[in-house]
Design a protein around this ligand. Sequence first.
Ligand SMILES: *[C@@H]1O[C@H](CO)[C@@H](O)[C@H](O)[C@H]1NC(C)=O
Ligand SMILES: *[C@@H]1O[C@H](CO)[C@@H](O)[C@H](O)[C@H]1NC(C)=O
Length: 210
Amino acid sequence: MRRRSVGAVLLVTLVVVALLFENGKANREGEALAAFKEALVDPNGVLDSWDPSLVNPCTWFRVTCNSDDFVMRIDLENASLRGRLVPHLASLRHLQYLELNNNLLSGSIPRELGELKELISLDLYDNYLTGTIPDTLSELNSLRFLRLNSNLLSGSIPESLTCLSNLKVIDFSDNNLSGRVPSDGSFARMSSKSFQRNSGLCGPSVGREC
Ligand SMILES: *[C@@H]1O[C@H](CO)[C@@H](O)[C@H](O)[C@H]1NC(C)=O
Ligand SMILES: *[C@@H]1O[C@H](CO)[C@@H](O)[C@H](O)[C@H]1NC(C)=O
């Protein structure tokens, strides 16, 4: 009898701990996205369904989760969003697609985005982003698509990005980048189009001497 009740208490404790863990996970992702929403101006109400009081963000419009209820995609391209990217996005550890192109986003690209180890596609093109390309993006080993074109980015292209062996497409055109374009590693496969219309870039990839 005694042993059975100890067993029951243990079982209840395990269930409670498991539920707390589930909630903690779900809330963390919902909170990260809520922090992003806070940093945005959303004139068309695209984010109206983003309600952090829900158990997880998996039912939110333009958010897609995997079968374990982790956020896998954010599809917010062409949504007239103003505002900034926030470091909180780095909490979305299973994010594969971050599609934010064709908006009015400003400010810099957070270094923390380098923590998104499963990211396949980072599409930030056609915005008003400033600052430099963070060298932490070289930690995104799953990355295949890196499109940062048509922004106001300046500084040089981090040499470390050439280590991203899965890169299929990079587009850094139409920015204010300068310095030598790396040509090793995955960059050897890229055409000069990926770098065009940056007044300060040089090197064999763009046909201008440094
Ligand atoms: C962007 O959205 C508008 C409607 O809001 C649509 O007319 C336009 O074709 C879209 N552009 C792209 C590039 O998707
Ligand atoms: C372009 O980058 C240079 C530094 O490389 C900076 O001095 C200049 O202000 C930038 N221009 C714009 C329009 O951002």
